[in-house]
Design a protein around this ligand. Sequence first.
Ligand code: ACO
Length: 346
Amino acid sequence: MREYLQAPLLGLSKAHGSKATVAIRGTGSYVPPRVVPNSFFESLVDTSDEWIRSRTGIRERRMVQPGQALTDMALPAAERALEMAGIEASDLGLIVVGTVSADMITPSAACILQHRLGAKKAFAFDVNAACPGFIYALSVARSLMRENGLEYSLVVGGEVISNRVDYGDRSTCVLFGDGAGAVVLGPSNGNGEGEILSIHLHSDGSLWELLQLPGGGSRNPPSQEMLDRGMHFLKMQGNEVFKHAVRSMVEAAQEAMEANGIGPSELDWFIPHQANLRIMELVAQKLEIPPEKVIVTVDKYGNTSAASIPTALDEAVREGRIKRGDLILVDSFGAGFTWGAALFRF
Ligand code: ACO
């Protein structure tokens, strides 16, 4: 039986340890005000606005100011999601942040966010799963809510990537942008709205070398040599990543639809990871999802990694495109490799 037909009438707190249905009760997002057009890169590397637009679909991206960190964006995104959900930060039992660019290595961005929000009751931690970090965090939060009988949780996907790319490497520096998106999860109200139907996660660590940020961890700790060799910057074999991304995103999306017995025509919206418009178009085409059902923000924000899906979701909700009850498929792929899809009603 489909999970959304099993909507419990009780709140999660009364369904401790069960497979109680968890629902998205609010969304929020924040992107920094600094707009960086493609022309910015023309004086740094051998590239052009025309190349970037035609090969990636990106026109511009947002970048933080020096000194701005992930929780400076996660905080307003979370506050907006809490406001939409109509709850206070003090109601949260859990905060999970999907990110590879927390304010610092430790403590987690989630703990700093907990403090800044005043979410005293919550326990908090980060999930490192690159671009699908939001989908991974959603899954972890849903499981922990069920396991611990928590009523409300906050899930954030956010990233400051603009200071982790090499502005001398034209194949990566033009692709990324900064941002944060959030959802508040809570008990289902029994009418299907917001209900998460299923989440499907995958990894293949054998391909880790194709997309990595090697410096600063325990393998290559901070040192002058590490900086001189540019190991603190993201490295990507773009065309290899491209091929794997298309194949894996198609498979994860098919798995999610099959698990719920639905076909592409029943979807209201498809929100793929916003890495490259060509990847998004290819995936949608292979899944037979028409372009008008695909939410696109990559043109204005670039690849914001874990932020791409929750910011696109929130924007489409606030623009009135996504309405309560709409059936939505989200699908992502990134470093690890990690990938996954989730199906939910808004
Ligand atoms: N401007 C001009 N030329 C460029 C640029 C640029 N910005 N970047 C690369 N090129 C050149 C290359 O040097 C190469 O030149 P050559 O033929 O003389 O060697 C040529 O363009 C073709 O390079 P490809 O890498 O084959 O180009 P491709 O069409 O694959 O586009 C891109 C590159 C945009 C990086 C693409 O491969 C891509 O989007 N890959 C996937 C990225 C992705 O999905 N990431 C997801 C995860 S991100 C994460 O997890 C953090």
